[in-house]
Ligand binder design. Structure first.
Ligand code: PNS
Length: 160
């Protein structure tokens, strides 16, 4: 049984994340989408709101995908979850340096856990939660970039 962790902030979940979830769910027997609880970052959506978004969007669509929140070291969470792999989505070359550092640091911390990089569909190669938040905050449309529920919640949160 192969199990992978797909970690991230998911603040908010985008269609690019869903694309990676879909691809990874085909590769692994079980995928755990794990939301980082990061006390240093002030998120737009609380962890509970992000878990609720996962429950409403990811759960009905994928039978072998679970979701959870974690804090502390990712490799410790992966080990405790008995996962063999960490999935990261990689878009443009700009992602590579940071992802490379993280993957090698994680390997140093736990050589038994492999990082697997997945590429999203080309149409999502410029998409990030950061840009989605910025565009929505400035009144631009994020239609087609995030699930409809996320779009509604963004508009509600930003009172547009
Ligand atoms: O969606 P993000 O913000 O790019 O995800 C970053 C994440 C959650 C994968 C990364 O910050 C992380 O793994 N944090 C947990 C703490 C940790 O293990 N740090 C050492 C990484 S080398």
């Amino acid at each position: 049984m192969t199990r992978a962790i797909y970690p991230g902030s998911f603040d908010p979940l985008t269609n690019g994340h869903i694309d990676i979830i879909e691809r990874s769910a085909r590769l692994f027997d079980e995928l755990v989408v794990a939301i980082l609880t990061n006390p240093q970052k002030v998120p737009l959506f609380s962890v509970d709101e992000r878990l609720e978004i996962m429950r409403r969007i990811v759960q009905p669509r994928f039978k072998n995908v679970r979701f959870d929140a974690f804090h502390g070291l990712l490799v410790d969470y992966a080990r405790d979850s008995q996962a063999q792999a960490i999935v990261r989505g990689i878009r443009a070359i700009a992602d590579y340096e940071f992802e490379f550092e993280m993957a090698l640091m994680n390997r140093r911390l736990n050589p038994d856990i492999e990082t697997v990089f997945m590429m999203p569909a080309e149409s999502y190669s410029y998409l990030s939660s950061r840009l989605v938040k910025e565009v929505a905050q400035l009144g631009g449309s994020v239609k087609g970039l995030v699930p409809e529920l996320v779009e509604e919640l963004l508009l509600k949160k930003l009172k547009r």
